[in-house]
Design a protein around this ligand. Structure first.
Ligand SMILES: Cc1cc2nc3c(=O)[nH]c(=O)nc-3n(C[C@H](O)[C@H](O)[C@H](O)COP(=O)(O)O)c2cc1C
Length: 231
């Protein structure tokens, strides 16, 4: 066996830590603030490398990245969004429907770049280490890649918006995806100079972020909320 290399792995310096947490907390889903300026290939290469550095079940790396610039393809995607969004709107009642109609939920045409991140459900063959008892772990791995890219994009001044309001069959047809490949994330990317300081859905009165304490429990489901030790 080859010797395995180890390198020092202490905590980052304070400014480095701050930068990581800043990217996490300032990352936003962007729909309306895209500038038309193209994204340099060097920047895109860094974003894709960040995505490709994600953890994956059994190191299967089930993702692919479809870089979409063609206006015709994006036009078809936009039409597919409109169709699904018309259906989605009808699923809400009364005031929620009116509020939903007023929300901007995609930036497909405005963003200079679209990116579809897919999951190849056959990647790594029929038996993948770690995927033996939960076959969805390939999808989870792909979502890790999306999040890596989203955070790296914040550091690069690139906004990212995730659009999921599509009929699966429409995305597959337009992008020519084979049956075993799942479109996990359809993303719109572009430079931004401003971002909402809280989720846009919060700013527009659709939903609020829950307190962290509400989302934790200890030992068993329903157990007491976890709290940091005093002092
Ligand atoms: C899986 C997933 C799908 C999403 N789909 C959409 C979408 O179709 N349209 C949209 O406007 N935002 C979409 N979003 C963005 C969320 O609305 C957004 O992440 C959430 O409101 C929190 O805001 P923030 O990302 O700015 O913190 C999606 C986010 C995720 C993680």
């Amino acid at each position: 066996m080859q010797p395995i290399g180890l390198k020092p792995a202490g905590a980052f310096s304070a400014p480095e830590r701050e930068a990581v947490y800043r990217a996490i907390h300032e990352r936003r889903d962007v729909r309306g603030q895209f500038l038309p300026d193209p994204i340099d290939d060097a920047v895109l290469a860094r974003l894709l490398a960040a995505a490709h550095a994600a953890p994956s079940v059994g190191l299967s790396q089930p993702w692919n990245f479809l870089v979409i610039r063609d206006a015709g393809v994006r036009g078809e995607i936009r039409t597919a969004f409109e169709r699904a969004n018309d259906e989605a709107r009808e699923m809400f009642e009364g005031g929620r429907r009116a509020l939903y109609s007023a929300l901007k939920l995609q930036g497909i045409s405005e963003a200079p770049l679209n990116l579809c991140i897919t999951c190849d459900r056959r990647r790594g063959g029929p038996v993948v280490l770690g995927r033996t008892h939960d076959t969805d772990t390939d999808l989870y791995s792909t979502v890790c890649a999306v999040q890596n890219l989203w955070l790296a994009a914040r550091a690069e001044g690139i906004g990212v918006g995730w659009v999921s309001i599509f009929r699966d069959a429409d995305l597959r047809r337009i992008l020519g995806l084979p049956e075993h490949v799942v479109p996990v994330a359809y993303l719109c990317l572009g430079h931004v100079t401003e971002l909402f300081d809280a989720p846009e859905l919060e700013a527009r009165g659709w939903a609020t972020r829950h307190a962290l304490a509400q989302m934790t429990c200890t030992d068993r489901w329903g157990g007491p909320a976890w709290e940091p030790a005093a002092g």
